[in-house]
Design a protein around this ligand. Structure first.
Ligand code: CA
Ligand code: CA
Length: 264
């Protein structure tokens, strides 16, 4: 009987099939090509932290991380077609401040310089126990990045953003201020932040050791952060099919012969 179905109905039926959509995160460097120097620390250096971690940090392929060459230059992320849930794990940090590490987002269709920012604190240094994980969801159509509120709260010493253009501490001298470094690793995207402002005399962000807050960003679905992976979308409800197609009733009849797909 199937071969007697008119061609027009077969086309309509295709509309009802599961369609591949992209729950994708796109990463942007925003033109950043500058590799920051990591200066020695009075405490544990970022390099020491990574190599002495219980399951040492390495590149995704297991070879040693190079904290200069492997700076990803990522400043900003975009969530495209579906909301994405992410997890931020506080790995550690070496700072006197109670630094707040948070995520900010804004409508990707607005001018980034003018778009209102939604600021969501995630973890606080010297308060949140290292190893703690916080999950958060970014809606489709939003850009997002990370911020560090240095000694956040009433005694804040300044807020720094992963998008360098939002950082004002070096702007007077036209200095690029990378307060965040991000590394693709065997555990996910490692994020490390510097909580001190740009000092014109030294040309550095304070001690510039980038180990004041160290976090790990992963996707709760287990996919790499910026892998463009198509996953099936649920079959539209019959009510939706009636709107989508003129041959709605026949599409519904065809649809019933196929099991619904469920999302993972
Ligand atoms: Ca950079
Ligand atoms: Ca520092």
């Amino acid at each position: 009987m199937a071969r007697l179905i008119p061609a027009a109905v077969i086309i309509a039926a295709a509309t009802a099939w599961p369609t591949a959509v992209h729950a994708a995160i796109t990463t942007y460097t925003l033109g950043d090509t500058h590799y920051e120097t990591l200066h020695p620390s009075n405490e544990m250096s970022l390099q020491q932290f990574f190599v002495t971690y219980a399951d040492p940090f390495a590149r995704p392929d297991g070879t040693p991380l190079d904290l200069i060459a492997d700076q990803s230059q990522i400043q900003q992320f975009s969530v495209m077609d579906q909301p994405v849930t992410l997890a931020m794990t506080l790995l550690g940090g070496f700072a006197g401040y109670k630094n707040i590490l948070g995520v900010y987002s804004y409508d990707m269709n607005l001018d980034p310089a003018a778009a209102p920012l939604t600021m969501t604190p995630l973890v606080t240094g010297n308060v949140t126990p290292p190893g703690s994980t916080v999950t958060f969801t970014i809606a489709a159509g939003r850009n997002f990045g990370f911020y560090l509120d240095a000694n956040g709260g009433a005694n804040s010493r300044g807020i720094y953003y992963s998008e360098n253009s939002r950082n004002t501490d070096g702007s007077h001298w036209n200095a690029a201020t990378d307060h965040f470094l991000m590394f693709n690793t065997n555990h996910g995207l490692a994020i490390s932040a510097e909580d001190l402002s740009y000092q014109h005399g030294a040309g550095l962000l304070g001690d510039q050791d980038y180990q004041d807050m160290i976090g790990l960003l992963t996707r709760v679905d287990g996919l790499p952060i910026d892998l463009d992976v198509a996953i099936p979308e649920a079959i539209p409800e019959p009510a939706t099919l009636l709107i989508l197609t003129a041959a709605g009733l026949m599409v519904m009849a065809i649809d019933r012969r196929h099991p619904r797909l469920s999302l993972p």
